[in-house]
Design a protein around this ligand. Sequence first.
Ligand SMILES: [Zn+2]
Ligand SMILES: [Zn+2]
Length: 345
Amino acid sequence: MRAVVYRGVGDVRVEAVADPEIEHPGDAIVRVTTAAICGSDLHFFHGKTPLEPGETIGHEAVGVVERTGPEVRRFVPGDRVAVSFVIACGRCWFCRQGQTGLCEDYRNLGAGIFGGGLGGAQAELLRVPAADLNLLPVPAAVDDERAVFVGDALTTGVYAVARAEVAPGQTVAVVGAGPVGYCCVQAARLEGAEVIAIDLDPARLALAGDAGAVPVNATERNAEMAVADRTEGRGADVAIEAVGTAAGFRRALEVVRRGGRVAVAGVYASEVVEAQLGVWWARGLDLRFTGVCPVHAWWERTMGEVEGGRLDPAPLVSHRLPLEEAPRGYRLFDEREATKVLLIP
Ligand SMILES: [Zn+2]
Ligand SMILES: [Zn+2]
């Protein structure tokens, strides 16, 4: 089959690789009909997260079940499915609590040996372990380019907003209007909140504005003042950090009001921030980290909202390319000329 293969920093290619096979009785092989390039794929592309040359990449996909192992109960060949970006075991203590993002055997597709050595989703065929858990049926009314977000960014946004306990009438500042931030904007609007989206990129802010947020360009305006202006000087009731940088974290703390809640949804690795605990304490901040989204606990609801037209990630999609043009897709996304690139095998 054809698949996107990592060849080195800044170098991905589409090559012929071996077809995946059923390796465990709970596996399914999915014929990918739409895959997507994610911000975390760029970390591999830049060599920030390790991937060995020759390994396949990608974790966002929708497709059709091609074959199933003997223990797969929920799916048969021909079913349209979305794939979870979290490949969870479904059996450990955390999975049994619905906390699949904290799974003891947590794996990611297309993330090399540290992701569990699973193949990538930017490919014609994909092996999905524990398929009964890690696949979700796609209703006929939901097309691929919407469904592909349900296994990752859109459900992450729905979950972040739930973790932030967003309530109707609250003012929510979303820091970062990339794909996850955009999905947070939509999910917070769905909860009846007023949303302020803060970013540096005009294209991303325009999308957030179309989704019902008040856009604030932090290169043009002081974000803290902009939020204060809309909240009688108090600051936002809730700030959702959707960047994953120390600067994004600090900004979320700046724009939230005293006694407000900060939900950190951005992905962090080794970043360090100084914490003046007395300031946080005196402000009565409720600071919570979402961790990896437990997709499985939230994706049925998310798919239902997409099917009902209440959430719609499609405006994020800027490019639809044949799989063979994946290297160009990576370049466009990396250079911020694309907001979301879909790859069609
Ligand atoms: Zn992703
Ligand atoms: Zn588990």
